[in-house]
Write a protein that binds this ligand. Sequence first.
Ligand code: 16G
Length: 527
Amino acid sequence: MAQWQEVSEKSKLHPKPVGLVLQYGTAGFRTNADHLDHVMFRMGLLATLRSINTKAIIGVMVTASHNPEEDNGVKLIDPMGEMLTPAWEVYATQLANAEQDHLITVLKDLAQKESIDLTNQEAEVFVGRDTRSSSARLSDAVLDGVTALDGRSKDYGLVTTPQLHYMVCCCNTRGGYGKASVEGYYSKLSQAFIQLTKSAPNRTDDQKCLLVDGANGIGALKLREMEPYLQGALKVSLFCDGTGGKLNHQCGADFVKVQQNSPKGIVMKAGERDDHGRFHLLDGDKIATLISTFLKELLTKAGLDLKIAVVQTAYANGSSTRYLEDTMKVIVRCAKTGVKHLHHVAQEFDIGVYFEANGHGTVLFSKAAEGKIQQLCDDSDGQRQGAATLLKNSVDLINQTVGDAISDMLLIEAILAIKGMTVQQWDAIYTDLPNRQLKVKVSDRRVIDTKDAERKTVSPAGLQEAIDRLVERHQDGRSFVRPSGTEDVVRVYSEAATQESADALGHEVSLAVYRLAGGVGGEPKPL
Ligand code: 16G
């Protein structure tokens, strides 16, 4: 077919370095930007095939999120704004790794397996990119791939990843989810935020101010663009806004989490939010607790019988799980690490609040739940209607397609304002159990196999029994191990009643991994 000829010709302009092998991992392909041109072209091809296959618009986002500036990456977005389905992740890996003269064979195989007929088929792909210096040329390579298969494309240019997810969902729902433009996104979220905070009339000017770390990236740019839409309901002081510093360098979510310190450049004054000027990290578990408590209270006030659940991973602090189950009486589920796993579990409930401890997450509402909330807003009056309206505005403020830092930030601000709660009071809802995360190098981390949402190991033989014995010796002890999906290490997590105990347990379990799972280098040393 003429198209294959065209693809073959164009692919020569995006040659694959011989022997390079990459994998579509938890968050797409990610590596040094110099090695990605062929991957981008091929993901343009793949997105076009996926668009024909689903008869819907598919998104391609060029970004390496929190990685250093030198890296880049690419993720595909499925029709409803969710992440690419796992079966197609396998195709993505095959396509990225096909040597130059094999490319057409791999493409034809894929088309045959998925019964994709290229004749007279419409395809449309949305493309977006972050502010990395390599992103413009790499997104051009994606567009080249789409054109090679006669697909149509729309280049959204500089957008955040969640914004592109939103655009894809808006278009495929024919506007049902909102207007597919950045203005549409800003208006939808801002209006919802303004409506929500109207029910907190006592909000002081001080409470309207927020210092935000833009990590010198796309988020900074977009938040600045969004500010006028908020009409003074939130006053943002933007730090690391990209005018001086380097992307993710001494700032950004990873830096803050690993260093347990504020980003460089933000000067924290005592009383601004923390009485003592100390740094506190309110993590994904605290966020999930705040949001689920708020929504549950509103459901009760609205008299709505909807099933709400919180989805966590094994990394969730034991105190948060206990608080949610015992005090809040909400259903808690555990999923494997990686937001797409949590997303799928959350879809099983009327309202699924899902967050990883590292802060990735969002809230999902079933169509039925949204319908019932809307109906109450229209029909009832008084207190029930008030609660339903707050629920409706929350639905509009939340980006349900994917975890979205801007949307999450606004929701948290709105909840704190409505509940009249300080950050300190939020932090004090429960106290984290002391914990430790360690890494162990082994010759092949795939020898570790897990079950029960990564909370137990099934191989190598004897490892789980060893962990069980060690955990028993520590009060409130808990520990699990899993192979990392992004680094060549085995991760060890431990928690216990005291920091000494958590550290000791972490070390003991690391030794068990080292001995039973083929550790390399020196034995792990006590902390
Ligand atoms: C990726 C995932 C994140 C997960 C992390 C685990 C996405 C968008 N990101 O960053 O959810 O927590 O990997 O890394 O899915 P690990 O497997 O190395 O522990």
